[in-house]
Design a protein around this ligand. Structure first.
Ligand code: ATP
Ligand code: HSE
Length: 371
């Protein structure tokens, strides 16, 4: 798990010129069918940062952070530390704790395996990476619960960020806040994360809204080691914001009970060995978000209804991953047949896909060293 090492032996300090922080955050799949905005699963694709800066700032004035980036999103991500999501979140954590700016001469290399806008938690991972980075740079030693508060001020649903932070199959809820705390947690994102100009003066924007205490609460469920996640990833992006716009604001009691019945069963069923396909396939059905998102993801109802445990031995259940467009099939075998048959169905809608077999992994980690 995360390591926030504040104690550096004097011998190491005197020999080392730079501090080196390595941050690693997993991809996540949220909802798993009926658990809209409630459950998340951490998966074996990672966002990795390597950040270095001198222990003592060299003479000659402040030098702005320099970012390099490889992997998924390299053609669209901003390399400006005041616009990049990860560094803006890190700066938010620093400024809330009275640290005005990044250390001088900071370099950050990002390597990202999580595709953008596909329902695999890329933004949640970027936010968690930023929170962990701010916490480590500032030596704040914030507990997990407080790290989550900061993440929830930026990504306002807890499922992805909680699973990315603590790892595994996780359920979470947001606490009902009192009036003052509700107000503090409702500030527009543009105020939480202003785009600080590169020449930001030391006093500008020093007082961003500090998160109320204890916004998010979570629990980790059991997970059967035999289960893998087949991610069937269409080659188009769908922003979470767009996929939330199509959802209704009110639901029938019948549909809510349908989801709650299934979610209650699912959270235990996925921890049982051997897992029961008949129980899980039905328990991964949803009436709260998937029916409305099918307009944005052609082929979604066909893939989730035609690929079943009866047609594909090894399949346990199949659902939209997060806000989509990725489809998540949980299975103990038959991975290739599941993915290739999903490919054929999507091809009928002129959609190309890539697929990967992923494992459920642990949460984020931070290593702190000298170089
Ligand atoms: N590593 C990253 N660095 C900077 N910005 C990122 C990074 N990863 C994601 N983002 C930002 O987040 C956006 C995608 O967020 P969005 O919430 O729409 O999708 P997602 O997080 O991939 O999917 P979901 O929330 O459904 O799992 C990207 O377009 C980009 O602006
Ligand atoms: N629960 C969120 C997850 C987004 O990643 C949604 O489905 O909109």
């Amino acid at each position: 798990m995360s390591r926030y090492d504040q104690i550096r032996p004097a011998r190491v300090l005197s020999m080392a010129s730079r501090r080196k922080l390595s941050v690693r955050v997993p991809a996540t799949s949220a909802n798993i069918g009926p658990g809209f905005d409630v459950v998340g699963l951490s998966l074996s694709l990672h966002l990795s940062l390597v950040v270095t800066y001198p222990w003592e700032p060299p003479a000659g004035g402040y030098v702005q952070p320099e970012i390099t980036y490889s992997g998924e999103g390299a053609d669209e991500v901003s390399l400006d530390a005041y616009k990049n999501l990860t560094t803006r979140v890190a700066l938010y954590v620093l400024r809330c704790n009275a640290v005005r700016r990044f250390p001088s001469h900071l370099t950050m290399h990002v390597d990202n395996e999580i595709p953008f806008g596909r329902g695999l938690g890329s933004s949640g991972a970027a936010v968690i990476a930023g929170v962990l980075l701010g916490n480590a740079i500032g030596n704040f030693n914030l507990p997990t619960e407080r790290l989550l508060d900061f993440a929830l001020m930026v990504e306002r649903h807890p499922d992805n960020v909680t699973a990315a932070l603590v790892g595994g199959f996780v359920g979470s809820y947001l606490k009902e806040l009192d009036e003052e705390a509700t107000e503090a947690a409702s500030v527009p994102l543009s105020e939480v994360l202003p785009e600080y100009p590169p020449d930001a003066s030391e006093d500008w924007g020093l007082n961003p809204p500090v998160p109320p205490l204890g916004i998010g609460h979570y629990i980790r469920f059991g997970w059967s080691q035999s289960i893998r996640a087949v991610a069937i990833i269409p080659r188009f992006e769908l922003s979470t914001a767009r996929a939330r716009e199509v959802l209704p604001t009110q639901y029938s009691r019948k549909d809510l009970v349908f989801n709650m019945q299934r979610l209650a069963v699912l959270t235990t069923a996925l921890g049982q060995t051997p897992p029961d396909p008949d129980l899980i396939y039905e328990a991964m059905k949803d009436r709260v978000h998937q029916p409305y998102r099918k307009t944005l993801i052609p082929g979604l109802p066909e893939v989730t209804s035609r690929i079943t445990p009866a047609t594909h031995p090894g399949l346990l259940g199949i659902c939209l991953s997060g806000a989509g467009p990725t489809i998540l099939a949980l299975a103990t075998g038959g991975f290739e047949a599941i993915a290739e048959d999903a490919r054929k169905i999507f091809e009928g809608f002129d959609i190309s896909i890539d697929w990967k077999v992923l494992e459920v992994v642990g949460g984020s980690s931070v290593a702190d060293a000298a170089e």
